[in-house]
Design a protein around this ligand. Structure first.
Ligand code: AMP
Length: 495
């Protein structure tokens, strides 16, 4: 029996915060190509198109058979791979990965694809998603002597595969993915095959394409467009595709989930608007969300202004539906880097002005409907409203094309602990007052779900809005508590 001492409210909060921080926040993009003379170059381009899915580290593993050549680094794809690096990655097959994590584990050791030499040959895995029982499996394996070299949830897949007693690599892979729960879209390279797989709920996207006879796997169709590949179809939830010698075999080894749970946040924010997810174009869907928002939350105003770029499509939809003119009177600097040198003397609203600036002559005296796709901590909008006021805007009406974000994501989108989410701690009226807006309204959960029913072929996961998480997560068990050695030679120089 377990006893727990009563805790003060502050300690309870602290504990909740720690538990919530326990899951890995990975956002990723995966890409793979099998049977092309320029495999590494094409993977580089594919990753370039998927850069929005992860900006912290990237990597490509290329192969012509029994040797896998890996190049992984911290940073952006274009900064990491030059002609020299790519020319070293010879072979007709390749998988690649882009990753972003805010879990404090921004180290090269967590960069992907992750590779290992097994008794069945080399294996390289690129993973998008989050395995919710990774820590439990890791503890079990460590208890039996396994040595892990990263803190990434994806590494358990490699261990399970290496230890499986099945005969072929594909059966070992199937054995491994049968043991994990949560979200995974995977591209895997063995010595003679590329394997793609999606978890039975289908949380994350994965598409199949063809290029010059080669098979391509990509998180989003925008990567297929860039390389000039034709879209073949999506990998289905629960499906494993094995590509070998130009042929594709489709397997259904995983027990079927009762329903599909495609991440609605991919449509709303995460994916690129030019991608089609499960047959539905992201841009069109975002516009439709704006239309629904306009019907649900109308207000008299002079102009509809998006928060660039996340609010663009929803604002257009809102404007079209309401008949109020669309105007991009709030400009965004697209070249802002995560770190820059701040002035020693404080400049008012410096933080927001680096990224956004208001065109005063268009805005002074106007009633503005300000549209964004979501509010996370609230920092962006608080500053933008102040900027609009300073530009002489008469009324600011904030409209958000999603319901209030009240919960973390456990399936692979980077959201902060729920205590940090402004809508978890405050009511809509309180948030409106904190922002200094005249009104604030969100899309309703019912409106979001109705639209998904009408437009999407898949069921959705809306856990970050509804608190309904389709695959159970034991946050306590999922708490990493991993102490590790640190290879400082991997770390970027800090100034
Ligand atoms: P905040 O200022 O913290 O309220 O963040 C709001 C802005 O962050 C909005 O413009 C969103 O488009 C954007 N956003 C929403 N979700 C995420 C996410 N998971 N990662 C990065 N940015 C996000």
């Amino acid at each position: 029996m377990k006893f727990r001492l009563p805790l003060t409210p502050e300690a309870e909060q602290e504990l909740a915060r720690e538990r919530d921080a326990a899951h890995f926040h990975d956002e990723c993009g995966v890409f793979g190509i099998h049977g092309h003379d320029e495999a590494a170059h094409i993977t580089y381009l594919g990753l370039y198109a998927l850069q929005h899915r992860g900006q912290e580290s990237c990597g490509i593993v290329a192969s012509s058979g029994r040797e896998h050549l890996a190049h992984r680094a911290m940073g952006l794809v274009a900064d990491t791979f030059g002609e020299k690096a790519l020319s070293r990655l010879g072979g007709r097959h390749a998988v690649g990965h882009v990753r972003y994590s805010t879990s404090g584990e921004s180290h090269l050791r967590n960069a992907q694809p992750i590779c290992a030499n097994t008794d069945g040959g080399p294996v390289s895995i690129a993973h998008n998603g989050n395995i919710v029982n990774a820590v439990a499996i890791r503890r079990e394996l460590e208890g039996r002597g396994a040595i892990f070299s990263s803190t990434s949830d994806s590494e358990v897949l490699l261990h399970l595969l290496a230890r499986s007693r099945e005969n072929t690599m594909e059966d070992r892979f199937i054995d491994a993915i049968s043991r994990v729960k949560g979200a995974f879209s995977l591209a895997l390279l063995t010595d003679d095959a590329m394997i793609g797989a999606r978890d039975p709920s289908g949380f994350r996207p994965l598409s199949l394409g063809r290029l010059d006879g080669a098979w391509v796997l990509a998180s989003e169709t925008c990567a297929l467009d860039l390389i000039g590949a034709t879209f073949e179809r999506d990998v289905e939830p629960g499906e494993v595709v094995v590509i070998r010698r130009g042929r594709l075999r489709s397997l259904r080894p995983l027990s079927r989930s009762a329903s599909r749970h495609f991440c609605i946040f991919e449509y709303m924010y995460f994916a690129r608007p030019d991608s089609n997810l499960m047959g539905q174009n992201v841009y069109a869907y975002r516009k439709e969300l704006g239309r629904v928002l306009a019907r649900e939350q109308s207000v008299t105003a002079d102009m509809v202004v998006p928060v660039l770029d996340s609010g663009n499509a929803a604002a257009l939809g809102y404007a079209e539906e309401s008949g109020i003119p669309y105007d991009t009177a709030l400009i965004r600097n697209h070249y802002v880097r995560r770190t820059f040198i701040e002035p020693a003397q404080s400049i008012r609203n410096f933080g927001v002005k680096v990224k956004h600036n208001a065109i005063r002559s268009f805005l002074a005296g106007k009633r503005v409907i300000l549209i964004d796709d979501s509010i996370v901590r609230g920092t962006t909008l608080i500053k933008i409203v102040a900027m609009l006021r300073a530009a002489g805007v008469r009324e600011v009406h904030i409209r958000i094309s999603s319901p209030p974000s009240t919960g973390s994501c456990y399936y692979g989108v980077d959201t902060p602990n729920k205590e940090e989410l402004i809508a978890y701690r405050h009511t809509v009226d309180e948030i409106r007052d904190m922002m200094g807006a005249d009104s604030l309204a969100y899309l309703s959960l019912e409106g979001l779900r109705r639209l998904a029913d009408q437009e999407l072929k898949s069921g959705i996961c809306d856990g970050c809005f509804s608190g309904v998480y389709p695959v159970p997560v034991n946050v306590e068990e999922d708490r990493p508590q991993l102490s590790l050695f640190r290879a400082v030679e991997d770390e970027p120089d800090s100034e």
